[in-house]
Ligand binder design. Structure first.
Ligand code: ATP
Ligand code: MG
Length: 418
């Protein structure tokens, strides 16, 4: 069952639906309409941070104008060569006569890397010289020195981060359309957290709100780790949907997510990608071997083993599958994170009881914790009536004793007290 990303489902279909960077998107439309092979600029270079509508505004413009889009992958030399050929063929008039309403989009131009660098850039320059179609280039940083040769052909259009109140209003609309009732504070918090990246905000919203009727601040617990673990979803996706073992390993080792935590995420979520028992067994076998290496690293500081951990937990797991991909599962937070907060609640409750006992009995709360609490627990469980009096005298919240004594005893005491 595949799951549609809300960021795609709610991508702008028209330029008027582009928020914040609408002027830039309108300029894209104008550029396409006024384009002529002899006129300048030959191309637009849209640039700015991630998730602010660069790619989305090109799609919206194309959609609105009824043009075809030819996408070129700038970091794939073959794709560039092909375009060079197509652009050449196009100039043989025939397709002009056909009136091909077409735009060439070269997304993520700054992704051109490695030894193909020169070829990539000079290939682009050639396209820009010869093209009979409007070309739109997209990059995060227009001032990357390696883009200098193509900048001359381009008008630069800058995209800005989306202000958080605008992000929040987009989120509110999505909630409305999904039938989710959202506390405005929640949306505000998600919006602020995204730091101007609307795609990240929409992804976060989907994570907490999908399939629910309402969301409140409590549901945001899931996201509180998000700041530090920002790219965990990207990492999981790169591991499970990667094309090569090398890529999967890179995704794991270069992730912002610490490898111990990533390991937890993998353990918690791997099953969702496996369809057959054998795949499942192989995948968890890879994880358990990764865990053995992790243990050695922890105990003996054998950092050299880390590369095995990365390989096993990423490619080792993902390649256990005979079938590929599947839908986009709803990744679960590692259960230890939840356990940890349960443990923290318990510690807090017991600490509270200990300090009450300490006050009454004139001992430190540490002393109360170690020497008194076991007896108090025993008394309450053995004789809830006496226990209830004790709880009252000590001034302990009846709720708190749930963390100290058995469930039945706690229930009895609460009943007696109420
Ligand atoms: N200005 C915007 N108006 C409306 N929706 C937006 C806008 N910016 C981003 N979005 C939403 O976020 C999604 C991702 O945006 P987009 O693909 O345009 O990002 P981008 O700027 O190209 O980022 P990247 O540099 O990562 O490629 C869109 O599909 C859309 O749902
Ligand atoms: Mg983009």
């Amino acid at each position: 069952m595949s799951r549609l990303l809300w960021a795609e489902k709610y991508a702008p279909r028209k330029v008027s639906e582009v928020v914040e960077n609408r002027k830039a998107a309108e300029r894209v439309v104008e550029f396409i309409l006024n384009w002529h092979p002899d006129r300048k600029p030959k191309a637009l270079l849209l640039w700015g941070p991630a998730g602010v509508g660069k790619t989305a505004s090109v799609y919206a413009a194309i959609n609105e104008l009824g043009y075809d889009l030819v996408e070129v992958n700038a970091s794939d030399k073959r794709s560039l060569d092909e375009i060079r050929r197509t652009v050449g063929a196009a100039s043989s008039l025939s397709s002009l006569v056909k009136g091909g309403k077409r735009v060439i989009l070269v997304d993520e131009v700054d992704g051109i890397s490695g030894s193909e660098d020169k070829g990539g850039i000079s290939g682009l320059v050639e396209i820009l010289k010869k093209t009979v179609y409007p070309v739109i280039l997209v990059a995060n940083d227009a001032w990357d020195p390696k883009l200098a040769p193509i900048r001359d052909f381009c008008e630069l259009i800058r995209y800005n981060r989306i202000r958080s109140n605008v992000v929040a209003s987009v989120l509110a609309k999505i909630c409305e359309r999904e039938g989710v009732e959202a506390d405005p504070l929640v949306l505000k918090k998600i919006a602020e957290n995204a730091k101007g990246d609307l795609r990240a905000a929409i992804n976060d919203l989907q994570m907490v709100a999908e399939g629910r009727r309402s969301i409140t601040m409590d549901d945001l617990g899931v996201l509180s780790l998000r700041d530090q673990e920002k790219s965990v979803f990207d990492t999981l996706k790169a591991i499970f949907y990667g094309k090569s073992a090398q890529g999967m390993i890179m995704a794991a080792s270069s992730s912002d997510v610490d490898y111990e935590l990533l390991m937890q995420w993998m353990c918690e979520n791997t099953w969702q990608h496996m369809q057959h028992p054998k795949e499942l067994a192989d995948a968890y076998n890879a994880l358990s071997r990764a865990d053995v290496f992790l243990g050695r690293i922890r105990n003996r500081q054998h950092w050299g083993l880390l590369s095995y951990v990365f390989a096993l937990m990423s490619a080792g797991v993902s390649l256990s599958r005979e079938t590929s991909g599947g839908g986009a599962p709803k990744y679960q937070f590692p259960s230890w994170v939840k356990d940890m907060s349960a443990a923290r609640a318990r510690r807090n409750a017991l600490g509270g009881i200990a300090s009450k006992v300490g006050e009454k009995c004139h001992v430190s709360s540490k002393e109360a914790f170690l020497s008194y609490l076991p007896y108090i627990k025993f008394i309450i469980e053995a004789n809830p009536e006496v226990g209830a009096k004790l709880v009252k005298w000590l001034g302990i919240e009846p709720e708190a004793i749930e963390f100290l004594v058995s469930k039945e005893a706690a229930e009895k005491v609460k009943k007696i007290l109420s």
